[in-house]
Write a protein that binds this ligand. Structure first.
Ligand code: AMP
Length: 198
């Protein structure tokens, strides 16, 4: 199985690169942000609870997102692998993800970390906010809060994967195709090294 964590700050291009990855590697895309937005659109209790945090630029509690991920991994035993996009966002989520996968004899193959400078992230998010109806992309103070939360709570997740020798850094301030070509190269190198076939 090929299980990827696509990592990076808000606006780094995780969603865009995930779409390309799905087409190339036939993996199941699992974006906690997208799932939470569906829950909000459906006005579920979980969605309403999450919305309070998302609108403020805060993280949704670990138990909520871990519960969502556990259910989906459990239901999809036959897929060739997963792309975890926007998850894990805390070290606790990362270690629980390992437990969930290990109990099913699976593991994370590698983490791809998209590197983009903060100024560029703010420009990208505000542009996305003009085109989408995501409230959290439309207000600079919310965007700044998200970036602060990223630095404090999410960046340590990178060290978690560095310590396991699973982290690959991808320079994200280039054209989409160029970023994707580096991602592909990193994955293909890893697959050849481990002799994994997908
Ligand atoms: P995203 O679409 O990945 O930028 O996520 C949008 C928002 O959903 C984030 O700002 C968080 O409030 C929430 N969210 C998404 N994924 C997670 C996660 N793994 N843990 C906690 N909150 C999350």
């Amino acid at each position: 199985m090929l299980n990827l964590v696509l990592f990076g700050p808000p606006g780094a291009g995780k969603g865009t690169q995930s779409k390309r990855l799905i087409e190339t590697y036939d993996l199941m895309h699992l974006s906690t942000g997208d799932i939470l937005r569906y829950e909000i659109a459906d006005e579920t209790a979980l969605g309403m609870e999450a919305k309070k945090r998302i609108d403020k630029g805060e993280l949704v509690p670990d138990e909520i997102v871990i519960g969502m991920i556990t259910k989906i991994v459990e239901k999809n035993k036959q897929v060739p692998g997963f792309i975890f996009d926007g998850f894990p966002r805390t070290v606790h989520q990362a270690s629980v993800l390992d437990e969930i996968l290990h109990s099913r004899e699976m593991s994370i193959t590698m983490m791809l970390s998209l590197e983009v400078e903060e100024e560029e992230l703010i420009t990208r998010l505000l542009n996305r906010g003009k085109k989408s109806n995501r409230p959290d992309d439309q207000d600079v103070s919310i965007i700044e809060r998200r970036l602060k939360v990223y630095k404090e709570s999410t960046q340590p997740v990178r060290d978690y994967y560095i310590n396991m020798n699973k982290h690959v850094s991808i320079f994200g301030m280039r054209k989409e195709e160029e970023v994707f070509s580096s991602i592909r190269e990193a994955i293909d190198n890893m697959l050849n090294k481990k002799d994994i076939h997908v």
